[in-house]
Design a protein around this ligand. Structure first.
Ligand code: NAI
Ligand code: MG
Length: 396
């Protein structure tokens, strides 16, 4: 059998630590792969003026599968100030390499599963009608459109005359903003296209069908944002009717969804949304299942796929002599990668091992013990990143 090549992108801060832990788990589970390490992140911004060097792009184009830790981003001016002296004043502008990868490789489908691990002390609980404490079992998979919507960067402050005049042709703009001097206007455009809206909907319905979910919920706001949200919901209705009659199509507004989040999260299955509402909904649901230490994700394009925990580089924990952060979000992201490439057996074994460690409750990282992060947490009984990975490996 030819070994697979995985492009490993540690990045910055705790990204390097959690990726190392995940690769140890993959090895121990019997996943045979070569890891090509790609340069990405802050160090390369500082040294080369580019946090996503061309050689890293080539690696991903060649091998198609990336396993990514996390990077550090800083605001424009702070970033420019940290450039190497010889790169200063050249007009280099920092742009986040993860956003860059999503755009460059057209990674338009983002999948964020939020599933309860039994025994996780961070699981959401609520009081039931009889006064008893209930712990709803959440099993939600969020499909977030990853490249369009309000995050596509089509924005103006004090727009040009041409842009301003174009907006003035819109009745609602004329009525609400026609008298506002254009110097006082900022505009961010929310753009949805049929192609990418169709792709995220299709991905959501297919996933529901193949994984036994009974419903797909479009979580937007079509009653108010009629054009973009409206298009997504209408396309979902047509798709459900013509291609997925066995799956129920539900429709929630993002604001109401956030309210229902704590009321009945167990009722939802697959949720699909545009970029911004998908971002919001996925963070909301992740909070019910333990938060950043557990939230994993996949970014899928037609050719290339990148798997990553949703947390960042957590710089304050990056230089601890013994790392305290929870590697489970990264390990679960590696599990998503295995499913994507068809290694379902290995993925299931890892998933089972993680679930057993959590259920047993003997090995818990500081976040699971509800401690404030500090080097002392290890002395107080919290497991280190490595110990958590070891415990998972021992269960394989
Ligand atoms: P963050 O996710 O790095 O950390 C926020 C807090 O969450 C941490 O201080 C820690 O308390 C907790 N946390 C995060 N990961 C954890 C883990 N695995 N186990 C236990 N606790 C964990 O977000 P923050 O502090 O807003 O950003 C730090 C840097 O990361 C920034 O430069 C930001 O731009 C970048 N970032 C990068 C992302 C990426 O690479 N995809 C995503 C989010 C932020
Ligand atoms: Mg987010």
């Amino acid at each position: 059998m030819i070994k697979r090549t995985i492009v490993a992108l540690p990045g910055d801060g705790i990204g390097t630590v959690v990726l190392e832990a995940a690769i140890r788990v993959l090895d121990a589970a019997g996943f045979e792969a070569n890891y090509e390490f790609g340069d990405i992140g802050w160090e390369f911004w500082k040294k080369e003026g580019n946090p996503l060097p061309e050689r890293t792009i080539k690696l991903l184009q060649q091998h198609k599968i990336g396993l990514f830790g996390a990077i550090t981003s800083k605001p424009k001016d702070a970033a420019a100030a940290e450039l190497a002296p010889e790169l200063q004043g050249k007009g280099l502008v920092y742009a986040s390499p993860i956003v860059g990868m999503r755009q460059l490789f057209d990674l338009d489908i983002c999948i964020r599963p939020c599933k309860t691990y039994l025994g996780n002390p961070l699981n959401f609980i609520r009081r039931g009608a009889d006064g008893n404490i209930e712990e709803p079992f959440v099993d939600v998979v969020i499909f977030r459109q990853n490249t369009e919507c309000l995050y596509s960067g089509v924005e103006w402050t004090n727009p040009s005359d041409q842009v301003h005049e174009a907006f003035l042709t819109h009745k609602a703009f004329l009525k609400n903003f026609g008298k506002v001097p254009k110097e006082e206007i900022s505009i961010s455009a929310r753009i949805f296209t049929k192609k990418y809206t169709g792709r995220i909907l299709k991905a959501a319905f297919e996933y529901a069908r193949n994984n036994g979910y009974k419903s797909v919920t479009v979580c937007e706001k079509p009653n108010v944002i009629r054009e973009t949200s409206g298009m997504m919901y209408k396309m979902a209705q047509d798709m459900q009717k013509n291609e997925y009659p066995e799956i129920q199509l539900w429709n929630t507004n993002i604001d109401a969804q956030m309210m229902w989040l704590t009321k009945n999260p167990e009722n939802y299955g697959v949720i699909v949304a545009g970029n911004m509402f998908g971002d919001i909904a996925s963070d909301g649901f992740a909070g019910l299942i333990g938060g950043l230490g557990f939230a994993c994700s996949a970014n899928l394009g037609e050719e290339i796929a990148v798997f990553e925990p949703t947390h960042g580089s957590a710089p304050k924990y990056a230089d601890y002599p013994v790392s305290i952060v929870n590697p489970i979000a990264m390990i679960a992201s590696a599990g998503m990668m295995l499913h994507h490439i068809g290694e379902n057996g290995i993925a299931d074994r890892i998933e089972k091992a993680v679930a057993e460690v959590i259920a047993e409750g003997k090995v818990r990282t500081y976040d699971m013990m509800k401690m404030t992060g500090s080097p002392d947490v290890i002395k107080q009984g919290a497991a280190s990143t490595q110990q958590m990975a070891d415990a998972i490996i021992a269960k394989l």
